[in-house]
Design a protein around this ligand. Structure first.
Ligand SMILES: [Zn+2]
Length: 292
């Protein structure tokens, strides 16, 4: 199930060695959803879904929420044509044609620099960094498959809507431009802060599940996963850690049912979750998205 079809030899070598152990850990963790994930992984993790730098998956027909760095990334592409006539209103409600289903494809981009960063997070298990780097992106992929409406897709929808509403930043890690946009355009404040929080939540969920899989494999020194998480300030790291703590009992159903969360004092977010998750999702292999 842990299919890697990219070009980094160390990832292949470690996966060949630890795959059976990792798959046993995932089988015990995902329970009756393991088979579903296995099926989706063989259907969607085609060779073209592995790109060896974040930039090489750019395509004018598909959007995702691009990041500036060239580290390892899970990417969720959204077919632009499937979002024609769709928008997010000022109160967070997603409006779409009734027949609309969003076509989306996953991709994993891994760069040697991402693996290098992982070494510093792995404590005394640093030797496992190539495998753990891949496992991290695979857990994002598992969220994408097992969430009723993928959180990464929800972020792509928000990004698309912010672009329609005047967001000019090419990359959402380009915070200076994003902040400029926000002061010039107050319509972006609610979606931008929600977008940002969803990214942290997706990241925290992924680190929590990754840590649990490593623990079940007998790799016990995973606390550094949060402590050394690169590119985040202390407040952000603390928030991510809180989210992950809430999953500590090993019940990850909240990850897969994130869209059911309500926040009475935050109607924008509650409305968005409720309406976006009513839209159909069609996950297709990336060559299908790009062959149109
Ligand atoms: Zn991640």
């Amino acid at each position: 199930m842990l299919l890697y079809r990219g070009a980094i030899p160390q990832v292949h070598a470690q996966l060949d060695y630890v795959r059976p152990l990792a798959e046993d850990a995932m089988r015990s963790l995902f329970g009756d959803r393991y088979d579903e994930l296995e099926h989706e992984s063989s259907r969607l993790l085609v060779p073209q879904a592995f790109v060896d730098s974040a930039g090489s998956a750019e395509d004018p027909r598909g959007v995702d929420a691009p990041l500036k760095d060239d580290d390892s990334l899970f990417r969720c592409f959204l077919d632009k044509r499937s979002v024609d006539g769709m928008d997010v209103s000022y109160d967070g409600n997603v409006t779409a044609a009734e027949t609309c289903a969003l076509r989306t494809s996953p991709a994993i981009s891994m760069a040697p620099s991402g693996i290098a960063n992982k070494y510093s997070m792995m404590g005394r298990n640093r030797g496992l960094a190539p495998f753990a780097s891949y496992l991290h992106e695979f857990v994002h992929f598992s969220n994408y498959c097992l969430q009723h409406f993928p959180m990464s897709l929800a972020n792509a929808v928000l990004f698309m809507s912010m672009r329609k509403n005047g967001l000019t930043a090419q990359s959402l890690d380009d915070y200076e431009h994003v902040l400029d946009d926000m002061s010039a355009n107050p319509d972006l404040v609610l979606p931008m802060s929600f977008f940002s929080d969803m990214r942290y939540a997706e990241e925290a969920y992924t680190l929590a599940i990754e840590g649990e899989i490593l623990r079940r494999m007998g790799v016990d020194d995973t606390c550094e996963l949060f402590g050394a998480y690169v590119g985040r300030n202390e407040k952000e790291k603390a928030e991510m850690k809180n989210i992950a703590e809430s999953l500590k009992d090993g019940d990850f159903s909240a990850v897969h049912r994130w869209h059911e969360k309500t926040e009475p004092d935050r109607p924008y977010r509650t409305n968005f979750r409720a309406t976006v998750s009513e839209i159909g999702v069609e996950r297709v292999p990336i060559e299908e998205l790009w062959s149109w």
